[in-house]
Design a protein around this ligand. Structure first.
Ligand SMILES: Nc1ncnc2c1ncn2[C@@H]1O[C@H](COP(=O)(O)OP(=O)(O)O)[C@@H](O)[C@H]1O
Ligand SMILES: [Mg+2]
Length: 337
């Protein structure tokens, strides 16, 4: 999709250059005002190429124009008349504008890149300190209860079932935290294949239905059943849906319903995950997608950032929409690639 976008932009710039050159060659030379208009129009592809592709793109456009327009100037050369001077100056200007605009664009891109890198480093630092802090609590609990169990064995007191349950629960929590951290920090490389979204939804629901904490809710799958196949990374998409469904379950009241609805809307696929929980205040709508933002005891704040990263890697987007009644709907919008 990304490459197709680039190809379309190159084709558009080439079309403009070709079209204007064609107009020059096929308009009578003595209709001066037309030619002056076309000369002005040549700036358009130069500016667009500079804006889209930086210095190299802008120079490619301005040099192509110079090469294409030069024979026309030579054929109508009139001993360095005012028109000739004007044509030469225009050609110089195309290249100067390309040089300035392209350089500015490239500099701006470099600044953006550096900014992104430093943001990445800052979030790594934050992640390391959060990791240390979040891992400490369950580790202390596990260590403490393991010691109690040991003391119990020494005293021949074998009533440590509850303590072992806590150790197991904390270990599961630790594992989940570590998995989420790894998912978040790893670069996302999609393995794209043709996938069936209905299957992905059904599998995600099946995985969650087996988990004890999901027993408190009812799942309602209202998806359109004949959805067309899509190019996607099924495992990653399943992971994104599981993260969203997990949040929906955690936010739901006892006996609440979590509804999932997939449908096609023009050239897009929409997946709605709707809960009847407490909802999300307007002021938190942006924040919830930030890494490490959590309102839960023992939460990592990484479920939503990971889901967002996966969805955006598929050129889609994720948004939270308030329900008219209770709760919130997380909407995934994916283009058909
Ligand atoms: N369905 C939901 N209903 C209400 N709040 C939600 C929902 N989903 C996410 N949130 C809010 O967004 C926060 C971040 O979610 P997430 O990134 O998955 O991290 P975590 O679940 O570990 O807290 C949650 O702590 C919660 O406050
Ligand atoms: Mg979560």
């Amino acid at each position: 999709m990304h490459r197709r976008g680039t190809e379309a932009k190159i084709a558009f710039v080439a079309f403009l250059v070709g079209g204007i050159t064609f107009a020059h060659y096929f308009t009578e030379w003595n209709v001066h005002y037309y030619h002056i208009f076309y000369q002005g129009l040549y700036f358009l592809p130069v500016i667009l190429a500079g804006f889209w592709f930086g210095l190299r793109g802008a120079l490619a456009a301005s040099l192509s124009i110079t090469i294409l327009y030069l024979p026309f100037t030579v054929v109508h050369w009139n001993g360095f008349s005012a028109d000739d001077f004007n044509s030469v100056m225009e050609m110089v200007l195309y290249n100067v504008v390309a040089l300035i605009l392209g350089t500015l664009r490239d500099r701006e891109a470099a600044v953006q890149r550096r900014l992104r890198e430093s943001e990445g480093l800052a979030s790594m630092g934050k992640m390391a300190s959060c990791l240390a802090h979040d891992l400490k609590t369950p580790l202390i609990a596990i260590g403490g209860f393991a010691r109690l169990v040991r003391e119990g064995i020494e005293k021949k007191d074998f009533s440590f079932e509850g303590k072992l349950d806590i150790i197991i629960k904390e270990t599961i929590r630790l594992r989940r935290m570590v998995e989420e951290m790894l998912d978040f920090s790893r670069p996302l490389e999609l393995r794209l294949t043709q996938g069936n979204v209905n299957n992905i939804v059904n599998q995600s629901l099946a995985i969650l239905s087996d988990l004890p904490y999901a027993k408190k809710v009812k799942f309602q799958n209202m998806s359109q059943q004949d959805l067309p196949l899509m190019i996607l990374d099924s495992d990653r998409m399943k992971q994104a849906l599981i993260n969203l469904l997990t949040n929906a379950i955690e936010a739901s009241p006892e006996d609440g319903t979590v509804a999932i609805d997939c449908y096609q809307k023009r050239r897009k696929l929409i997946i709605d995950i709707k809960d009847q929980g407490s909802g999300i205040p307007m002021s938190k709508r942006e924040e919830i997608f930030c890494p490490f933002f959590t309102t839960k005891e023992g939460g990592t704040g990484l479920g939503l950032p990971i889901a967002k990263k996966i969805i955006e890697a598929h050129q889609g987007y994720l948004e939270a929409i308030e329900n008219s009644g209770k709760g919130v709907t997380f909407r995934v919008t994916l283009p058909f690639l």
